[in-house]
Unconditional design. Structure first.
Length: 124
């Protein structure tokens, strides 16, 4: 996957394609906030999808994880300004960084798990 900034005009298609390619990958969501510091919002949940809603005065990105009644999260990023694909630190891993207008950075990291090992990675 290419790294670098994704132009705003391509966000909807980028996230649609990215979601299809990474469906089920184990995902971590971290928030890096100038006011609150670093916080982990989700860990080891499978990706259901990422979408950008930019029409009708909307300006947000939604990251949906889990898919199980006890393990589900929709993280909403309001007023995103930049989307950047970060280089993988390990083979089979990727990250997307979204910077919001308030300076908060949302880092979504994806870990590829072999399908036969996936059950051991999901929360019980």
């Amino acid at each position: 996957m290419n790294t670098g900034e994704v132009p705003r005009g391509r966000w909807i298609k980028f996230f649609d394609d990215f979601s299809k390619q990474h469906m089920g990958w184990i995902t971590t969501v971290e928030l890096i906030s100038p006011d609150l510091g670093d916080q982990q919002e989700a860990d080891a949940l499978p990706l259901l999808g990422i979408s950008a809603d930019l029409k009708d005065r909307e300006n947000r990105i939604e990251v949906t994880l889990g898919g199980q009644k006890d393990a589900h999260l929709t993280h909403i990023i309001n007023n995103p300004e930049t989307v950047e694909v970060k280089p993988a630190e390990e083979e089979g891993h990727e990250a997307v960084e979204v910077k919001s207008a308030d300076g908060t950075i949302t880092l979504v990291t994806f870990h590829y798990i072999m399908p036969e090992l996936a059950e051991r990675q999901l929360p019980a």
